[in-house]
Design a protein around this ligand. Structure first.
Ligand code: ADP
Ligand code: ADP
Length: 226
């Protein structure tokens, strides 16, 4: 795992839309940071810049000690978990997990090992031969996380991964993500607009407002009322 460092990160879209206005933030090695804030405050833009899905207008982005501003998403050694699962519907769960590794040229034994480890961790071993449509929403979400996990990346990015789930599953998945975090000590940057999710998951919360950091602190510091 590695830290993620943002120094004066800015994003201006065409038409002079200043979505992110100079953000300084360090997600430490093994830390789970949750980015919260109202719709339109720039959360998604910020995360997408870290992922390499959006160009950086100004500032420096580091993964560990490496400046990654100009690197392609695949070269950044980070994995992103999306809200829409992003699973391949025609492939089995096993092949959904293995696909990225095959593309990266991993050998069969290594792929088998990593898929089994991730499947065990996420308790999806019994679904490996099924297609995604035969799974529940929560199970699909776990497969989506598994796809990120098998890559053993330096850091994880989460873009509102639970917002499509019903209330009960959301609570369940929140607990699972928390347990996974405790076990794996992954460096994670997690975007949500759900305060409860932020409080449960975050070691630290970053409150974004109109493209700028408004507050940084532990859930207690942010939400405790004196
Ligand atoms: P959030 O994820 O917090 O809802 P976004 O990062 O999606 O916020 O959006 C931040 C601001 O940037 C909003 O004003 C939004 O309309 C604008 N924006 C997002 N994507 C684009 C884009 N591709 N082109 C122009 N403006 C955009
Ligand atoms: P979400 O944040 O859930 O992805 P949005 O409705 O914010 O959904 O954005 C959907 C897509 O449209 C994103 O790719 C975003 O970058 C883009 N987008 C958002 N706001 C604007 C905008 N004002 N102008 C152009 N594209 C935008």
């Amino acid at each position: 795992m590695a830290s993620i460092t943002l120094e004066g990160l800015k994003k201006t879209y065409t038409g002079d839309v200043q979505a992110v206005k100079g953000v300084d933030l360090e997600v430490r090695d093994g830390e789970f940071v949750v980015l919260v804030g109202p719709s339109g405050c720039g959360k998604s833009t910020l995360l997408r810049m870290v992922a390499g899905l959006e160009t950086i207008t100004e500032g420096t982005l580091k993964i560990g000690d490496r400046v990654v501003n100009k690197l392609e998403p695949a070269e950044r050694d980070i994995a992103m978990v999306f809200q829409n699962y992003a699973l391949y519907p025609h492939m089995t769960v096993y092949n959904n997990l293995a696909y990225g590794l095959k593309n990266r040229g991993f050998n069969k034994d290594e792929i088998e090992k990593r898929v089994q480890v991730a499947a065990k961790m996420l308790e999806i071993e019994e679904f490996l031969e099924r297609k995604p449509r035969k799974l529940s929403g929560g199970q699909r979400q776990r497969v989506a996380m598994g796809r990120a996990l098998v890559r053993e990346p330096a850091a994880f990015l989460f873009d509102e991964p639970l917002s499509n789930l019903d209330a009960k599953l959301r609570v369940q998945m929140r607990v699972e993500i928390k347990q996974l975090q405790r076990r794996l000590k992954t460096t994670s940057l997690y975007v949500t607009h759900d305060q409860l999710e932020a409080m449960t998951l975050g070691d630290r919360l970053v409150v974004l407002n109109a493209g700028q950091i408004e507050q940084v602190g532990t859930p207690m510091e942010i939400y405790a009322r004196p």
